[in-house]
Design a protein around this ligand. Structure first.
Ligand SMILES: Nc1ncnc2c1ncn2[C@@H]1O[C@H](COP(=O)(O)OP(=O)(O)OP(=O)(O)O)[C@@H](O)[C@H]1O
Length: 378
């Protein structure tokens, strides 16, 4: 599977943009702030129905406009194609259509076109709070299991309602019985999500070890453990034990929204013992393991987006990563770079590699032939 074309209208700093892609390697080259990452964000949107960052949809509409439109054509092999259209509107729900028909649920879309993004911010997976690690779990499991995503949406909505009710009570006892209703409704999604996250760890760790060995050539034994309050207690017991605490703190202190992944190196917490280089290798390995897991579970070759890896990672690690992802074991790649010659020199090691380079400047992207033509016309 690959994305063969992309059309943007009033998306981020693009007024109108139309691009055709190579099924293998595509490189966006340009100065800082030109709009390279915005193209990766658009591709991510088409695959996941939302942006990679936490910004609300409306921030992706070009400043001063009220709507944005993204269109992507995915080639599925044997001549089959899917056309995905996403329409973003200020203060209204977005619309997502596949071949002209709007989806009823987001979960019908997520996972059809698996995608993995590698960004310099990935280091936050190790250094920051548990939310970033739950996002890795949720991102992976949502793409491989539509029921997981439905349960997650339901759980988050109920959690929001439960917290609102605790605030409303302002420390008083709940005579309405509403909390009990939420607790009962949350049990099925919480249990489902817990079981899926727990079962994710063993196969994922196996892929992580393979990726870590390939990226770093290091011999340390890395691993991960899944921590959840539900490992030791049933949902009912957990909430019963925390009733008083929740009432006093006015928020829900128990549940799968407190889960975490603990990364280890030789059984010690990774963050405490790993060198800078080992940390970076580990984080890249997490993403490559995610790639392999999605490939296995969806039976499609994921799209890999590599953002800003040249400027933020050291040369040797980038070289190793690119050698790996340019091999035939990977599918379509999108890379951003500020240096037009860098990828060219790395591709030298892969004769016959099919690739396309796009020059990006101030919200306009052109492939090289188009640029040459423009220069000749001038
Ligand atoms: N909604 C929007 N409307 C208009 N412009 C926007 C919008 N959102 C972001 N931009 C602009 O997009 C540009 C950033 O683009 P992008 O992050 O893709 O740059 P880049 O080429 O990846 O840069 P770098 O090399 O620094 O990562 C900025 O100039 C920003 O002002």
């Amino acid at each position: 599977m690959h994305l063969s074309s992309l059309k943007l209208t009033q998306f981020k700093n693009y007024e109108r943009q139309s691009l055709r892609f190579s099924p293998r390697l595509n490189c966006f080259v340009g100065f800082n702030g030109a709009g390279k990452t915005n193209l990766l964000e658009a591709i991510y949107y088409l695959c996941m129905s939302k942006g990679y960052g936490s910004a609300a949809d409306q921030y992706n509409i070009r400043h001063g406009d009220r709507v944005a439109r993204l269109e992507g054509t995915f080639d599925l092999g044997d001549g089959a194609q899917d056309k995905i259209v996403i329409k973003l509107r200020k203060r209204q729900r977005k619309i997502i259509e596949r071949n002209g028909t709007p989806y009823e649920r987001i979960s019908e879309h997520v996972g059809r076109y698996p995608v993995v993004i590698v960004t310099p911010d990935d280091i936050s997976l190790v250094l920051e709070g548990s939310a970033t690690r739950r996002k890795l779990l949720d991102n992976s499991l949502s793409q491989t299991d539509p029921r997981y995503l439905n349960h997650l949406i339901t759980y988050n909505k109920l959690l929001e309602n439960r917290n609102a009710q605790l605030k409303e009570l302002d420390g008083r006892q709940d005579s309405s019985g509403l909390l009990g209703v939420y607790d009962a409704q949350m049990e099925a999604p919480a249990t489902y999500i817990f079981e899926k996250r727990r079962d994710f760890v063993a196969p994922f760790t196996e892929l992580l070890l393979e990726a870590y060995a390939a990226i770093s050539g290091e011999r340390e034994r890395v691993g991960l453990e899944y921590h959840s309050q539900l490992s030791d207690q049933s949902w009912g017991d957990l909430l019963r034990d925390r009733t008083e605490k929740d009432r006093i703190l006015q928020r829900t202190t128990g549940g799968i929204h407190r889960d975490d992944l603990i990364f280890t190196q030789e059984d010690h917490p990774l963050k405490r013992v790993a060198s800078q280089g080992q940390l970076k290798s580990f984080v890249l390995s997490l993403k490559l393991a995610q790639y392999r897991l999605l490939e296995r579970s969806t039976a499609r070759t994921p799209i890999l987006l590599l953002d800003d890896i040249f400027d933020k990672l050291d040369h040797e690690r980038v070289r190793q990563l690119l050698q790996l992802v340019m091999s035939s074991a990977f599918g379509q790649l999108f890379i951003t770079d500020t240096d037009p010659e860098r990828v060219t020199s790395l591709i030298g090691d892969h004769p016959g590699m099919e690739w396309e380079r796009f020059l990006v400047a101030e919200g306009v992207a052109r492939n090289e032939d188009e640029w040459k033509q423009l220069i000749e016309e001038e």
